[in-house]
Design a protein around this ligand. Structure first.
Ligand code: SAM
Length: 387
């Protein structure tokens, strides 16, 4: 039997979308429309005409409150559909805005966190996503003259909350699946840092693409990391503000099931197109991860740092015991059994290009003493020459 995952997109309002049962979701990764960012004014005004009135009459704080109130039923629903122990990772930025000649910061992240606590979530340390801009006009206010300039807002947040206490992995199958879903030690060091500065490429490409920049899409990498950090293979990930389907694409790449909800049907063709291209795209990202690990191994050997364990699937060295079962499944094919549903098939076997002859424990000790004896399977390139 092939390894498969299921994905579907629901077009509608996430506050009352049918078809998602209570306690059926393992992880939520999402980014709502940000209150008080002008690109979302029309949406909030169309949902509550009082928002337009408050903005027009210069009542910024009141408009801010009404916009957040509009999102609250969706956060209630997120809490309801999450399983106990499930995480919600919410990307949100604050907004700077001048209303009636008064410039101020509208603290979306603080307002949202306050609400999440109110409905029962436990707050965990968040991630500050630094999005540095090189724009010459990025500094606002009185320039070099004191007491009238404003700090440039070049970061957003990924708020991390959990429904209740720690998730438990009790059965043997669940324990094995968790170990196979592990990330590399060196990835952990990067991903679990509280400031992300190195999200690759995608952000700029999105800026250049008019349609996507209007959709407020975040980079694939942001969703892919969070899914790998907070769920295991076979879990179900929900994005109640699916937009262009970035979270669904990342779930497909990470061997998780997914559901997206999006109010704007105009984004459906973007999601379809993305899914059609996901197999080569995801496999490239997976190969990049494996290749990055081999570079890491090589550097570590050169620096004479320890690599105590061998991964059982690939036969390459890893730093910790927790990475011994790690296996990143390649995508094989997808089917679209319904209009807005997809099934993804994966390979159960490790990618042969990254498989090495199993080294013995002695071999590993010899890594530490620079006598490296790792070779790829017969007929394949040698990674490290015997010394
Ligand atoms: C910030 S964008 C999310 C972009 C997404 N992360 C991506 O990478 O493409 C927010 C999305 O939420 C959608 N939206 C707004 N209100 C909604 C609601 N009540 N229910 C479902 N979707 C909604 C918007 O149409 C928009 O596409």
């Amino acid at each position: 039997m092939p390894l498969t995952t299921q994905h579907n997109i629901i077009i509608g309002d996430a506050g009352n979308a049918a078809g998602i049962s209570a306690e059926s979701i393992d992880l939520v990764v999402t980014s709502p429309p940000y209150p008080m960012i002008t690109m979302w004014d029309d949406l909030f005004c169309s949902r509550n005409p009082k928002v337009a009135e408050k903005l027009k009459t210069g009542q910024g704080n009141e408009a801010f409150e009404l916009m957040h109130s509009d999102l609250e039923p969706i956060w209630d629903r997120v809490y309801q559909v999450l399983k106990p122990g499930g995480f919600a990772c919410i990307n949100i930025g604050d907004a700077t805005r001048k209303i009636k000649d008064e410039f101020c910061l509208y603290t979306n992240h603080a307002r949202l966190l306050h609400y999440l606590v109110k409905i029962g979530f436990s707050v965990l340390p968040d991630i500050l996503w630094r999005k540095q801009t090189n724009s010459p006009t990025k500094f606002m206010g009185s320039g070099m003259l004191p007491a009238g300039a404003y700090v440039t807002l070049e970061h957003e947040y990924v708020l991390i909350v959990r429904k209740g206490g720690k998730r438990l992995f009790k059965t043997k199958a669940a324990i094995i699946n968790r170990r196979q879903s592990a990330i590399f030690w060196e990835e952990r060091n990067d991903y679990f840092s509280d400031i992300w500065t190195n999200l690759k490429g995608t952000v700029q490409r999105l800026d250049k693409n008019e349609a996507r920049s209007r959709s407020g899409a975040f980079p694939f990498e942001l969703a892919y990391r969070l899914i790998n950090m907070y769920s295991v293979k076979g879990d179900t990930v929900l994005d109640p503000f699916a937009g262009t389907g970035t979270v669904m694409a990342a779930a497909m790449a990470a061997c998780r099931n997914s559901t997206g909800v999006e109010i704007d049907p105009a984004l459906l063709p973007v999601i379809h197109e993305r899914t059609e291209k996901i197999v080569p795209f995801a496999n490239q990202r997976i190969e990049d991860r494996l290749a990055a690990h081999l570079t890491f191994v090589q550097d570590r050997i050169e620096q004479k740092k320890s690599l105590r364990y061998i991964n059982r699937n690939y036969g390459f060295p890893v730093v910790t015991n927790q990475e011994k079962e790690l296996l990143i499944n390649a995508l094989e094919t997808f089917h679209a059994p319904g209009d807005n549903t997809w099934t993804m098939d994966y390979n159960r076997e490790p990618q042969t290009n990254y498989c090495f002859e199993e080294a013995t424990t002695d071999g590993i000790k010899s890594v530490e003493t620079t006598k490296v004896r790792l070779k790829k399977d017969p007929g394949q390139m040698t990674l490290f020459e015997d010394k």
